[in-house]
Design a binder for this molecule. Structure first.
Ligand code: KDG
Ligand code: MG
Length: 402
């Protein structure tokens, strides 16, 4: 079953998405998400210039072989651009395999390990009371797990505090917006935020929080310890993940569960964290970590070490990625939770899909393949619009992790 054509579709229905569509001689096609927020065209070029010419004429059924061909064949290993491009091919081939077999992809991955996929929503507020209202809203919608972010007193802007009424992970036109950061202000504030949440909402709801890579290991240890009375489901990216051994220090001081991995691209980026049980949840996702095939290998390694999955699912990952993530989540044994930020109606119209949310859980649906499509005419209406992620500086102007 030869690949006869492939094209990259770049569209901006409110934000930029890159999608790979692979077509076969049988007329069956598959989709893969290739979106890398803020660096979208690098992946589009990698696919157009360096991948599509190599895959035309190859057998669409040989998913693992084609993965290895693109990974080993590039000679240059890993990295978000390469791995997003490989992920897009891999995801599209799983979609094709499902359509040919007339089965939803989760059935090809071993079938459902659970009835539904628990997801967490994004509550946030400019201050604590605003965040309380937002959590109440997510509870009304049926969520069982809620991430809570709030503005920090004394800081003009902070990661995770949204704009408008829809969830939105930033990427802004023109120059990258600059946030300001004070570790002291944050560390003093964050236990108060969660003390208020528990006093308002009780012990049962799962609460999560994202530090977004901003602390050193010992500062992260303090944050984790100070949050123990509020028993978070997880504390995410407490310190930048490149320093994998840094998590040993955090682990010596706190039992707050840790989640890491949304910026990782391969199993090699997280093997120490997993093998030494330095984290509890691995957040690699289909689009940025080599597709469904590679994510399954990461999950298998994690299963050995009692680490569960918690894939990244922000709005900068397209509905194609969301669909693929849900098939993976439903099937993999050591699933933990899936991040879910609703896309806008414009985005949903460009990417019609079978998956849906009900009472805190999501379901990929039973359509053959991934159960997601792209309306190419509508996609063409929304031209690419360059945008940049924010950057972050400490109060004295030093560059810091955003
Ligand atoms: O593009 C960057 C976002 O995907 C990232 O900031 C989202 O940290 C994130 C999260 O946990 O969703
Ligand atoms: Mg995060």
């Amino acid at each position: 079953m030869q690949i006869t054509d492939a094209r990259v579709i770049v569209t901006c229905p409110g934000r930029n998405f890159v999608t790979l569509k692979i077509l076969t001689e049988d007329g069956v096609y598959g989709l893969g998400d290739a979106t890398l927020n803020g660096r979208e065209l690098a992946v589009a070029s990698y696919l157009n210039d360096h991948v599509i010419p190599l895959i035309i004429g190859r057998d669409a059924r040989r998913i693992e072989d084609l993965w290895q061909y693109l990974y080993k064949g590039a000679y240059w290993r890993r990295g978000p651009v390469t791995m997003s491009a490989i992920a897009a091919v891999d995801t599209a081939l799983w979609d094709i395999k499902g359509k040919v077999a007339n089965l939803p992809v989760y059935q090809l991955l071993g079938g459902a390990s659970r009835e539904g996929v628990m997801v967490y929503g994004h509550a946030n507020g400019t201050d604590v009371e605003d965040a309380v209202k937002s959590v109440a809203h997510y509870l009304d919608l049926g969520y069982k797990a809620i991430r809570v972010q709030s503005g920090v007193p004394g800081l003009s802007s902070t990661y995770g505090v949204g704009r408008g009424t829809m969830p939105y992970e930033p990427a802004e036109k023109g120059a990258a917006p600059e946030n300001r950061w004070s570790t002291e202000a944050y560390l003093n504030f964050v236990p108060k935020l969660f003390a208020r949440m528990r006093s308002e909402f009780g012990d049962e709801i799962h609460l999560l929080h994202d530090v977004h890579h901003r602390l050193t290991p010992i500062e992260a240890a303090r944050a984790g310890r100070s949050l123990e009375p509020y028993h978070l489901f997880w504390l995410e990216d407490p310190t930048p993940g490149e320093l994998q051994q840094g998590f040993r220090l955090i682990r010596q001081h706190t039992v707050t569960p840790l989640a890491v991995g949304e910026v990782f691209n391969t199993i090699f980026d997280c093997q120490q964290l997993i093998q030494e049980q330095l984290i509890d949840y691995i957040r690699t996702t289909v689009v940025h970590a080599g597709g469904i095939s590679h994510l399954r290998k990461i999950a298998a390694l994690a299963e050995l070490h009692q680490v569960r999955t918690g894939s990244h699912g922000a709005t900068d990952l397209s509905p194609v990625c969301m669909a693929a993530a849900l098939h993976f989540d439903l099937s993999v044994h050591n699933f933990g939770v899936q991040e879910y930020m609703r896309h806008t109606d414009e985005t949903d119209a460009v990417f019609p899909h079978e998956y849906g949310f009900q009472d805190g859980f999501m379901y990929p649906g039973d359509a053959p393949g991934l159960g997601v499509d792209i309306d190419e005419d509508l996609a063409a209406v929304y031209a690419y619009d360059p945008a940049f992620l924010p950057v972050n500086r400490t109060l004295d102007g030093t560059m810091h992790s955003w």
